[in-house]
Design a protein around this ligand. Structure first.
Ligand code: PHE
Length: 457
């Protein structure tokens, strides 16, 4: 059976970057920054991305390209009759879990497109104030079924693109729209720097308070790094399976890591100066920061301040955010669909329907759990937060840990080097250091951080 592939080299970069850049960068990253003390978190995050980003990503790409299979098939091909394929199953489960709560937030982007088009951040021609916009966001969260409806629409959209096949689906859009997203973020960043309390926002980001670093902050940074780079659950194995035998995977992964980190840092540079200037931060005494409303209140406020162009920029921004989320949900659904098609031999159409319905079924509980007094809570936290926690802070680190162990210790240096250099055709002077990180540094760092999080929750 011939497999769908990506048209060009930029195709796979666009697709992997499309998976990486999404709500994780623009929504979750600011949430985590605000909840974990700002500067110190940022520093640890960047350190993790710098040291582990490319090596872990390469481990996944190499497994995918060597086998040209979905994660389960890949491990089964490389180590038949072993327990390693379990790692692939874990990835499929993780894709379900992430999809379930990610699609809730993705649905919100659709609601905010409608709000933007309808000029609903204004009333009778006057821009609404910050408190009203926050209150309206919270009121929207209480409308459980409206959330579910948007979520369903988003999953449907994802299923539609996945059904049409990976290659012709994503790369066309990502190539044009992602640079546009970066451009808008730069424009917004320059603008928010002129706001009156921008300095406080920058101080929050760039004056690290090292006493804030605890085990749980470390795990949050690790989890955020893996989440943002789509690592540790097989998306990159799946996309790696489409990489051509003569492509340079090192430059591919470098480009993806760079693009992803740039978008995340830019988003933080937009959000925090604005959040301090509009009074969302620092949190009022006796209250906690509500990371969830952070972008959905500060962004409309920024656009409100830019009278005139603000209206159009607001629409364009939320559309781009929705597209960025879509190229991420596509990659998640693709992991499940690839498994159903290649391992269970379902026709692609039915695999897509089944995967979408499955994500929706779990996702309903995530959306409804955000209502006040919802019964869908576990251990005092909403089902949504539990899904987020278990995927980003448990499954992704554990997945990544075993992936690097697999490449570093089970497959070994000769196999890795041959794959990475396309059987010696590429001269890569960094292959030694990359392998050293995969074999020793990455497993150690991930294990130590993970354990420190368990000891200091
Ligand atoms: N990386 C995506 C984002 O930051 C989310 C994602 C995580 C996608 C894991 C696939 C796998 O938005």
């Amino acid at each position: 059976m011939s497999r769908d592939g990506f048209g060009s080299k930029i195709g796979i970069i666009a697709a992997a970057a499309g998976s990486a850049v999404g709500l994780g960068n623009i929504y979750r990253f600011p949430c985590e920054l605000s909840g974990n003390g700002g500067g110190a978190f940022l520093l640890v995050y960047l350190l993790i991305v710098l040291c582990l980003g490319v090596p872990v990503m390469l481990s996944e790409f190499v497994i995918g390209r060597a086998t040209q299979k979905n994660p389960i098939g890949a491990f089964r091909t490389l180590r038949p009759r072993s327990a390693w394929p379990i790692l692939g199953y874990l990835g499929v489960i993780c894709a379900f879990i992430i999809m379930a709560f990610y699609s809730t937030v993705a649905g919100w982007t659709l609601e905010y497109i409608v709000k933007a088009v309808g000029n609903q951040f204004h009333e009778n021609g006057v821009a609404k104030d910050h408190e009203t916009i926050v209150a309206e966001f919270k009121a929207f969260q209480q409308m459980g079924w409206k959330n579910v409806l948007w979520q369903g629409a988003f999953i449907f959209l994802t299923g539609f693109v996945v059904f049409k096949g990976v290659a012709n689906g994503i790369e066309k859009y990502t190539k044009i729209l992602m640079p546009l997203l970066v451009l808008i973020l730069i424009v917004l960043g320059v603008y928010t720097l002129t706001l009156d309390k921008a300095g406080e926002g920058l101080a929050f980001l760039f004056k690290p308070d090292f006493s804030k670093i605890t085990g749980s902050v470390l795990v949050s940074a690790l989890g955020q790094a893996f989440f943002s780079l789509s690592m540790g659950m097989g998306v990159l194995i799946t996309y790696g399976s489409y990489i051509k035998k003569d492509d340079n995977m090192v430059t591919t992964s470098l480009s993806v890591v760079l693009a992803d980190t740039m978008v995340a840092v830019l988003a933080a540079l937009v959000i925090f100066p604005a959040a301090y200037s509009f009074g969302e931060l620092p949190p009022k005494p006796g209250t906690e920061v509500n990371g969830m409303s952070l972008i959905f209140s500060t962004l409309p406020m920024i656009f409100n301040q830019m009278e005139g162009v603000g209206y159009f920029l607001c629409i364009i921004f939320f559309v781009l955010l929705a597209v960025a989320a879509l190229t991420s949900t596509i990659s998640l659904l693709e992991v499940i669909v690839a498994y159903l098609v290649e391992e269970l031999h379902l026709p692609r159409r039915w695999a897509t329907v089944l995967a979408s319905v499955g994500c929706m079924a779990l996702g309903v509980f995530a959306s409804l759990s955000l209502k006040e007094g919802s019964i869908f809570t576990i251990a005092g936290k909403s089902f949504f937060e539990n899904l987020d926690f278990i995927s980003a802070k448990v499954l992704l680190p554990v997945g990544a840990l075993f992936i690097v162990i697999f490449v570093g210790w089970i497959m070994g240096k000769r196999w890795f080097n041959a794959e990475l250099t396309n059987d010696g055709k590429l001269k890569l002077s960094i292959k030694g250091i990359v392998y050293f990180i995969i074999k020793f540094i990455a497993p150690l760092a991930i294990a130590v951080i993970f354990i420190s999080g368990l000891l200091n929750p």
